[in-house]
Every structure is written in C-alpha cells, then in structure tokens.
Design a protein around this ligand. Structure first.
Ligand code: SF4
Ligand code: SF4
Ligand code: SF4
Length: 373
C-alpha cells in the first residue's frame, strides 16, 4: 500500500456510485423513501427523509461524522408504536446498525418494511471538529479517506472510532462500501431481501477476496487497540476515587443520556416522580459536600444509566460527543460494558435472535434468586 494519498482515489466518486444505487431503489419503487443524510449548502450534514429522485443529489453517504443522534434514534421515533406501512430504506454506519438491532430486541423499533442499507465506516470526527474543518474550507471526506488509504489512525477521529473493530455492518440487507484494495463502490447483498432487491434493480454483488482481507486486517488491528484501551482505562479509573475524578467536572446536564441510542426506557426513571425522592437525597448530599450537583449525585446518575443499558452499549461514543464538559465517558463505559459482555457472553448487535440479558432470565437464575435468603 502506497504511503502517498492518490489524487485519483476519491471518496466523492464512490459516493456518486452509491447514489446511483439509491436512485435505482427509489425509481424501481423497492423503497418509497430513504432515511439518510445529505450535505447542506454550507457543508454540514443533516438527516432527512428523501422521497424524490431529485433529492438524491445531496446525499453524502460516507461522510465521517454522526451529526448528533444515531439513525437508530430516528428509526425508533418512526416505528416504535406501529410498523411502517411502506418500505423505507435506512442508511446506517456499523454502530448505528448495532443500535437498530438492540432497539429491535428491546421493542423500540419494528423492522417490518425497513430495508437496512449498511455503509462502511473507517472512522468519524467529532461533530464540532467536522464543523471546524468545513468552516476552514477543508474537505473532511477526503481527509478521512486518505487516512483509510494509508491505514493510518487519524488523530482527530473520535476516541470510540479509533478503537472500533466494526468497519462494515452485519445484520443488514444491503451493504454499500469502500473498504477493499480497489477504490470503487462495493455492493453486497446481506439477506434474502437484499438479494431480491439487487436483482430487481439489476445489480450484482461484487464483494471480493481483497475486500475480505482488508476488512479482516482492520478488525484485527482495531480489536487490539480496543483491548489496550480497556486495560489502560481500567488502571486509570479505579474504584470510587477513579469515578470521582472522572466525573468531577460533570454538570449532570444529561446530554449523554439524550444522545445515547440505547437509552431505551419509554418512561425515563430520571424524568419520573420516583427520581424526585432521590433528588431530595441529592440535596442532603449537596449540603455535606458543599457543591452542586454533588459528586454522589453525578456518580449515581451515571451508574444508574449504566445499569439500564450497559450490556447493550454498542460503543458508538455519541454520549461522549454530546458532553459539553469533555468528560471521557469512553474510559468508564468500555470497561464496564466489556465486563458485562463477558459475564453474559453477549455481544450487542451481534444477532437479532440473541436475547438481551437485561430482559431475559434463565430458569436456573430464577431458582438461584428464590433460594437466596
Ligand atoms: S464507532 Fe465510529 S468508526 Fe465505528 S461505526 Fe461508529 S462512527 Fe464508525
Ligand atoms: S453530558 Fe457530560 S456533563 Fe452532561 S451529564 Fe453527561 S457526562 Fe455529565
Ligand atoms: S453509552 Fe455511549 S457509547 Fe454506549 S451506546 Fe450509549 S451513546 Fe453509545
């Protein structure tokens, strides 16, 4: 692999190819709309529902940013009460697909009439870094793609992206990607539905050995980085003192919770009447600690959130991106979720029919519980 970025290798050209596929899907009516992302006039990215072929022009499928919320959050809003009446194509990065799978199992998304179109992802910038680049007239798309071509960690990628070992999504219907040895659009049918759709729009899947190898290489390299990060974080954030240190500047604005696609409860405990009682306790702690919000309150909030969704956390890092105080939530969440995954032998987003441990109990577990004093 050349160390020099090639001027002929452009992610925008690959995006053009991907747009043709999406246009065919709309024109052949295999989907009636697309939940996807478009580039606005000033270069920022916005989630939209595209219903007309003319609107496809502005789609920017591989752009290296998640602008605020995961696409899973939007899909949940659209489908949690009723399934969609007509087919909707949803484009999603690997961590967003995992969130869709988890929310489906948690009955917050109904997948009927959803066509999941996964997109490759080598990494994304913090939304504010992305904005800064755009304002300076830089091209974040080409910047990330050059990093990919050189297989170089981009220091501006979000922490979670630097350790993400999911460069291409699983559990989709179709994947559109750029990861491979050639600079071209890779098209894959990942389900029976995907195969039928590709046949209807007259396209053939073109996954090749070189793509397989490139994906395996990235998974291996990033998997190693994830393990190193977890080990280092475990040392850095030890015990109650470690938690106090990491959350000392938290202002308990709850932005992390709002941005998290996996915070799934229909009625949030932190918005409920029950929480008022806890809040009164906080006031007492505040007097003891002489500060507000009290550190105990902050830790209680974060541990409470982890307890609810920790085992389904899909390492998207949108919590960390949403934090106005730059709290390094990754250092706490990766350690806890990694332990939870091992404990339950569970990988969030891995399989649609793998029950979420939080809402599923083995008979023996109940017996153990009944026997306990
Ligand atoms: S965590 Fe980052 S690199 Fe991984 S899929 Fe999400 S946005 Fe892409
Ligand atoms: S977003 Fe940051 S400051 Fe706000 S509650 Fe979460 S960790 Fe605390
Ligand atoms: S806790 Fe953070 S990393 Fe985990 S799913 Fe929620 S937003 Fe993503």
């Amino acid at each position: 692999m050349s160390k020099e970025p090639s001027i002929n290798k452009s992610i925008d050209k690959i995006n053009e190819e991907a747009k043709k596929v999406l246009k065919e899907m709309l024109s052949k009516r295999v989907v009636t709309a697309l939940l996807t992302q478009v580039k606005e006039e000033k270069g920022m990215i916005r989630r939209v529902l595209v219903t007309k072929e003319s609107e496809i022009e502005n789609i920017d499928l591989f752009t290296p940013v998640i602008p605020g919320f995961s696409v899973a959050t939007y899909l949940s809003e659209l489908t949690k009460d009723n399934p969609l009446p007509k087919p909707l194509g949803v484009t999603a990065k690997p961590c967003e697909v995992k969130a869709v799978i988890e929310l489906t199992k948690l009955e917050q998304i109904k997948l009927e009439n959803v066509v999941l179109i996964g997109t490759d992802c080598y990494g994304t910038f913090h939304v504010l870094k992305f904005k800064e680049m755009v304002e300076k007239g830089e091209n974040p798309n080409q910047k990330f793609y050059d990093s990919f071509l050189r297989r170089e960690e981009n220091r501006d990628f979000r922490t979670y992206c630097k350790i993400c070992a999911s460069p291409t999504p699983e559990n989709t219907d179709i994947n559109l990607g750029y990861i491979g040895k050639s600079s071209k659009l890779y098209i894959e049918a990942k389900s029976e539905k995907g195969k039928i759709i590709l046949a209807k729009i007259g396209l053939t899947a073109n996954r090749d050995k070189e793509r397989e190898e490139a994906i395996t290489e990235i998974i291996k390299e990033r998997g190693g980085k994830y393990n190193e990060f977890v080990l280092k974080s475990r040392e850095e954030v030890k015990g109650v003192e470690g938690l106090r240190e990491i959350f000392k500047d938290c202002i308990k604005c709850q932005n992390c919770m709002e941005a998290c696609p996996i915070c799934f409860c229909k009625e949030c405990f932190f918005d409920s009447q029950d929480y008022d009682f806890v809040f009164n306790k906080y006031l007492k702690w505040t007097v003891e600690e002489g500060t507000t919000p009290s550190i105990k309150a902050k830790i209680q909030f974060h541990l409470g959130r982890m307890l609810h969704m920790g085992v389904s956390c899909i390492d998207c890092g949108l919590c960390e991106q949403a934090c106005p105080e730059d709290i390094e939530l990754s250092k706490v969440f990766t350690v806890i979720t990694n332990e939870a995954r091992k404990e339950f032998n569970y990988q969030p987003g891995r399989k649609i029919d793998e029950p979420v441990p939080l809402i599923y109990a083995e008979e023996e577990e109940l017996e153990e519980f009944l026997k306990s004093p």
